[in-house]
Design a protein around this ligand. Structure first.
Ligand code: GLC
Length: 460
């Protein structure tokens, strides 16, 4: 089937997902699957909408994005909460829906109080800032971001992330399930997916916050302090390649004081060294999934690694080495559908203990080693940015063989991604938008500027 038909069909499906509030388009719903109970898939998710928003911005539909940014900003709690039953000040909702009462429409957000597992999203606010920057770049309209309500919105999101709590690290500390992976998957602490978005949002904020406004001074200073520390921690202590593996393998433990090499007191037995040493090619590397006290999660998480390349959290050489890994471990990470959200899957007793025996996240399904087509746009953006367009072409060609025929599933299952996800929604909006975006990034790499940051000194 020609890719022109695929693109046409994708646009038709994307148009169908647009939702209207008081007559204005304000977002897209997560999925339009007529055959499975909607649960909350009939809502507009902030993280899901980013893929739609970018494709709208590229295609001159910035009105939808502007409306989305305005309505979500109004949903953000602005006052200090004194009870834990109401969402924290600055939090952005995971999703919202339009409800009608007596002919009156209003928006009902979900900050996690309705979500399965009652999880609050840590990524929504970060995506929101990244999207606001993309809107500003695409439209060259700085006035929206500079409006005082938007400046306040950015400040409140940052305050929530930058606040000093019970933590000694520059990373942001979050509960499990606070991101795209919104079920328990052993991501409590400092998961990479959140850190990459955090870094991108901090850099975006420096461009969005008006430098000479009095109210912005403290927060701008805080961002300047945090960025280099975060960068160093991620580039040095999350980084895994054969050389690093050799160092960690021979770590001393129980070291005390400032000179400690094994700062996190990682015990050798907690890391699958022999498997990793065999799996990691000499020229490859990646950022680990999580880092904390006696914890180095060596699973590969695609969103965090791809966004790290996109926002220049990894340096040029590291970015190339992540792409080398994807190229040389293609069967594992891409297989029959780009690409694995996380690799490898947790199996057996680990699956039981870490996920709470979650049947939706059984090994090689859904978040636990499933393949998510939405990641295609991030893979394409990362590969194009690093002049490795051939990887993106190859991945898109694989996706094109299946996506339309399978009705744009949310995810695929199996070690090689050959099965349509067991509980996957069809007509999943970010699958559709992700495909369209990947095609746009290939056709016109200038659009990459909506999401990328150059490799440069972060103190500028
Ligand atoms: C699932 C995914 C989440 C997504 C939502 C809507 O809960 O885990 O990342 O935002 O579906 O598509």
């Amino acid at each position: 089937m020609s890719d022109r038909i695929l693109v046409e069909q994708a646009w038709i499906a994307l148009e169908k997902s647009i939702i209207y509030y008081q007559g204005k388009p304000i977002g897209t719903i997560a999925a339009c699957d007529p055959d499975i109970a909607a649960l909350n898939y009939d809502q507009c998710f902030v993280r899901d909408f980013v893929s739609s928003a970018l494709i709208f911005l590229i295609n001159g539909r910035s009105d939808i994005v502007r409306n989305f940014l305005e309505v979500t900003l109004k949903l953000q709690p602005k006052k200090m909460q004194l009870d834990s039953a109401t969402p924290s000040r600055g939090l952005m909702p995971a999703s919202f829906k339009i409800v009608s009462d007596n002919g009156q429409e209003y928006l009902k957000p979900d900050f996690g109080e309705h979500a399965i597992g009652r999880v609050a999203p840590a990524d929504a606010g970060l995506w929101w800032i990244i999207l606001l920057r993309a809107y500003t770049i695409a439209t060259e309209d700085y006035s929206l971001a500079q409006r005082e309500d938007f400046q306040e919105g950015i400040r409140l999101i940052l305050q929530l992330c930058l606040v000093t709590r019970f933590d000694m690290y520059p990373m942001v500390l979050v509960p499990d399930a606070a991101s795209m992976i919104d079920r328990r998957m052993g991501l409590y602490g400092h998961p990479l997916d959140i850190q990459s978005l955090f870094y991108g949002a901090l850099r975006a904020s420096l461009q969005l916050l008006v430098a000479d406004r009095q109210e912005n001074q403290t927060i701008i200073q805080a961002v300047h302090c945090r960025l280099p520390l975060l960068l160093k921690q991620l580039r040095e202590n999350y980084w895994l390649d054969i050389d690093r593996l050799n160092v960690i393998y021979r770590y001393q433990v129980e070291e005390y004081g400032e000179q400690a090499l094994n700062q996190f007191n990682i015990y050798s037995d907690s890391i699958p060294f022999y498997k990793l040493a065999k799996w990691l090619p000499e020229v490859a590397g990646y950022l680990a999934g999580n880092l904390g006290p006696s914890q180095l999660d060596t699973r590969f998480f695609a969103l965090g690694n791809l966004m790290a390349i996109i926002v220049s959290l990894t340096d040029e050489l590291q970015s190339q080495r992540i792409l080398n890994l994807i190229e040389l471990r293609w069967t594992d990470l891409i297989g029959n559908m780009p690409m694995k959200l996380c690799y490898p899957a947790l199996e057996d007793i680990e699956w039981k203990i870490v996920t709470g025996a979650d049947p939706k996240n059984r090994p090689w399904s859904y978040h636990n080693g499933g393949s998510w087509p939405v990641l295609l746009w991030m893979l394409t953006a990362a590969a194009k940015k690093m002049d490795r367009g051939e990887l993106a072409h190859h991945a898109i060609a694989i996706a094109e063989r299946r996506l339309l025929k399978d009705h744009w599933p949310e995810y695929y299952d199996g070690q090689d991604g050959r099965l349509i996800g067991k509980e996957a929604r069809k007509y999943q909006t970010w699958t559709i938008a992700g495909y369209l975006l990947a095609k746009e990034f290939i056709a016109n790499p200038d659009h990459l500027k909506l999401v990328t940051f150059p490799f440069e000194d972060v103190s500028d």
